[in-house]
Structure formats: structure tokens, C-alpha cells
Design a protein around this ligand. Sequence first.
Ligand SMILES: [Zn+2]
Length: 250
Amino acid sequence: MLKQPFYAGYYMTQNEYHRLPHVPAIITLDEYKSANKKLEQLEKQYYELKAKTQDNVFIRPICFICNSEMSLKMNTVGTEGYFLCNRKHELVDISIQQLNKVIDEIVTEALNNLNTNELEKKCISFLTSLKKANDQDKTACLQAIRHIEYKLCTTYNLSKPCNEAQKLLEEIRALESKLNNIVQKEQKINECLREINELVRLIQVMLRENLEDHERRLLAKMMIKNLIVHHDYVICELFFHEFFKSEVLT
Ligand SMILES: [Zn+2]
């Protein structure tokens, strides 16, 4: 009602108020103007708070009953928002403050339990298997090239070009380009293998130092796969869970 000047007995055209002669004024125009201004301020505050809150929420919790993402609801202006299941599981809710506390605990616990030796071992074993597969591709590619070269030399007279020989030459060019990719991949894998030690050392240093808020947030986003909200507790599913010494659950 307060947003419509009609109730004050006026109508509005291009930012001017005109008296409506037949409409009895329930509130005075000044009352209307001041109420309207307050409403606009409140509305602005509400959207500012909502935008700020959404900025703070970086992991969306999931309802334990329907497994769907919960939606952010705002209380009255000035108070913090909360998450609610929007599939009518209204008893499943968590405030942003609670959620952030849970996330913070998870990050702290995970950092204390990160097994860097295991991480190093897993990375090296993964890279080694990549390297092995790549080496096999390289051998197969080289053999195919040699095979075609042999055929070219023994079957065709290269001074008299013919269609079949041309085709084989094209095949060789395609294989050479494939080989080039394989060699590039090989270099990258070797680079990663060299960098693993340094990476693990960096992680260890990073874990000893205090992390900034945004770093913790980033870490949480990288570590937490799902936060499942139950009635009185939250279950956390982690990425890379095999790198933690113990189950990290809240
Ligand atoms: Zn639900």
C-alpha cells in the first residue's frame, strides 16, 4: 500500500504528484513520501544484504531427504540468511553462520589430517602410469612409421610418383604429427614428475603458515564435494578423501 501514492489521494506522472479529487486521503502526501523513502531504503538494504550473503556462500548445502541443493532465504532485513530445502522438507534448514562454522571446522580438521606422503605417492604413481601408456603409444607410432617407410622403399620406385606411394607418404605425415603430440605429452609428464617434490614441500609450508580467509575458502571449495544437511548434523563428502589420514566428518 505504501508504494502506491493513490492511497494518499494522489497520482503520479513523470515524478510529479497530482491530487486525485475523488479519492479520500488515508495518509497525507508527506506521510506517504517519507514512508515510501523508508521502504526504498529497506528494499535497497535487503538486496545489498542478500548480494553480500550470496557472495559469502560458496558451497551450497544439500537436503538429506531429496538430495537437491537448498536455496538461500533471507530473514527480515538486518539478520542473516539461512538455507532451506525448497522441496517442502521445511525441517531441513541451516543458517549461514552455522554452515560457515561447519566448513571452517572441516578445513581445520582436513589440514591437520592431510597425508602429504600419501599425496606424493599417489601423484607419482598416477604420473608413472601415464608415462607408461604414453611410452607404449610412442613405440607403436614409431613402428608404424618404420613399417610404411620400409614398404615405400621396397615396393615403389620413388622417382616415379604414383597414387599409392603418395597415400603412404600422407600416412607418414599424419603419424609424425601424432608422434609430435606424444613427445610433447612426455615432456609435460616429466616436468610434473620433477615438480611433485616441490609441490609437496610447498603444501607442507602452506599448512604450517596461517591461511588468509580467502585462501581457506578456496581450499574449502577445492576439498568439499558435498555438504548434506540432516536435522541435527551435517555430513561432509570430500574430494581426495584418500589423502586424509582419518575420515573427516562433522
Ligand atoms: Zn529436501
